[in-house]
Design a protein around this ligand. Structure first.
Ligand code: FE2
Length: 469
């Protein structure tokens, strides 16, 4: 039987947790940047029975600390409740996302109820001096020490139970507050705010027309933006507890604007052309309107290719196709205007997070080639004012990771800094860390990592100045 393509080659999991200084370096590591670049992704510890989905793997963080022109690497699994329970058992206890949930272990006291194993494998952000990991199906957020990658425990927000949140919380760069949301099988989503110290500040419920699968949210200086998008479970499948998602193209995309500390009943919905949005670049207020820039998918559920066999549906759903897009929500008239900014397939956008919620211009995306599996073959820098782009190709047989933007010390310009990316070299079956100048996308250093870094999901930058301890 053919191996699952998301468990081999550039995706194959690693088995060791290591730490090492990077000494095999081509180019010069800049001395005017200090902090930690960290990337999350799935890395199954044990093989579960049944069909495997790329998203099943236990979350593993890979990090490089940059300090005084030196680089050091470390990787650690996130110690979620599921990881710890399987670690104790010495084998898989949960089945994957493509299998029925019956038979999966119930939660232990103090754990959240989740239908599948909460792997924490999706997102990682910097908040309050810690890393915070999260899972796209809504689970526990885990605090992780950015230097050691030790999981210090779930974010509890003053409660006994872990706080439930999904991927893509936002942190206000001035107040340090964290804005989060979660969703589940009910026709609603929860939106909330934590202080910089993790204390609960606000929480409300936003009613939806049915259960939905939002992946991201946006933030401006005064507002939060949540999403009601027409990609959601087929109701007949949900009734049988099966996870089959459909694109309901007859429905519009709806973006809900509410004051940062507003109640769910205060949401104003703005309708837009039907689409799905995995990731927002940024949003801000401008002339009594909200401008939101993001990656718009017009074909979020591609056709299944029967030649792909048993993995056909997973392979189709992972053939991500998105274009840079700008929406404008007029707060006076309630009207939406929108325009495509480019025609290149790019996703996994990142930016200078010091400008989150404020007017910004530059973002850094991954270019997606036509391929059997999801791959990133270059970094694309966009200027959303003009739609202009600049491309850095990783090169033949090389595939990168979501980058994070690291400001140059003492600089405040929006692209005065560096981008970091783990780059897989298929021919050599090894990985490198690339340090890239954000202004002109020049690669200033490539460092060999002593362990392959499997392709994965989201990344973050933790400045040395914000590290706790
Ligand atoms: Fe995501």
């Amino acid at each position: 039987m053919e191996q699952n393509p998301y468990l081999t080659g550039a995706y194959a999991p690693v088995t060791e947790e290591i730490g090492a200084e990077l000494t095999d370096i081509e180019g010069e590591v800049p001395t005017d940047v200090a902090g930690v670049y960290v990337r999350n992704g799935p890395n199954p510890r044990f093989r579960a029975e049944g069909r495997k989905h790329w998203f099943d793997g236990d979350g593993m963080l890979h990090a490089v600390t940059v300090e005084g022109g030196t680089l050091s690497y470390r990787n650690r699994w996130i110690r979620t409740a599921g990881f710890r329970r399987e670690d104790e058992a010495g084998s898989a206890l949960w089945r994957g996302l493509m299998e029925p949930t019956t038979g999966n272990p119930p939660p232990m006291p103090g754990e959240l109820v989740t239908p599948y194993k909460d792997t924490g494998n999706t997102d990682v952000i910097a908040h309050g001096g810690h890393l915070l990991t999260s899972w796209y199906v809504s689970g526990a957020g885990h605090r992780v020490d950015a230097r050691t990658l030790e999981t210090t425990g779930p974010e509890r927000a003053g409660s006994e139970k872990p706080l439930r949140l999904t991927a893509h919380s936002k942190v206000d760069p001035e107040t340090g507050e964290l804005f989060y949301f979660d969703y589940g099988p009910k026709p609603a989503l929860t939106y909330g705010v934590l202080g910089r110290d993790g204390s609960p500040r606000h929480r409300t419920t936003v009613a939806l027309p049915g259960p939905r699968l939002p992946h991201d949210m946006a933030l401006t200086e005064r507002f939060a933006i949540v999403m009601d998008l027409p990609v959601f479970h087929r109701p007949e499948a949900l009734a049988k507890k099966k996870w089959i998602v459909g694109y309901h193209q007859e429905l519009p995309a709806r973006f809900g604007v509410l004051p940062r500390y507003g109640e769910g009943s205060e949401v104003r919905w703005f309708e837009a052309e039907t689409c799905y949005v995995y990731h927002v670049v940024n949003a801000w207020e401008e002339d009594d309107a909200i401008v939101m820039v993001g990656c718009r998918c017009s074909d979020p559920i591609p056709e299944v290719d029967p030649a792909d066999g048993a993995d056909a549906r997973m392979l189709a759903n992972l053939r991500l196709s998105a274009r840079l897009h700008r929406w404008r929500f007029d707060l006076t008239t309630g009207e939406t205007t929108e325009e495509a900014l480019d025609d290149l397939n790019t996703e996994f956008p990142t930016m200078d997070l010091r400008r989150l919620g404020r007017r910004s211009r530059y973002s850094y995306h991954q270019r997606i080639p036509k391929a059997r599996t999801l791959l990133f073959d270059g970094v694309v820098k966009y200027d959303s004012d003009t739609g202009a782009r600049r491309v850095l190709e990783y090169g033949p047989g090389r595939y990168g990771s979501e980058v994070a933007f690291a400001p140059r010390e003492g600089a405040s310009g929006e692209d005065e800094g560096y981008l970091f990316s783990f780059v897989d070299d298929r021919a050599a079956d090894r990985s490198e860390l690339w340090v890239i100048r954000a202004d002109d996308l020049e690669v200033v250093a490539k460092a060999r990592v002593p362990q392959r870094v499997p392709l994965g999901f989201h990344a973050a930058w933790m400045p040395a100045s914000e590290l706790v301890g």
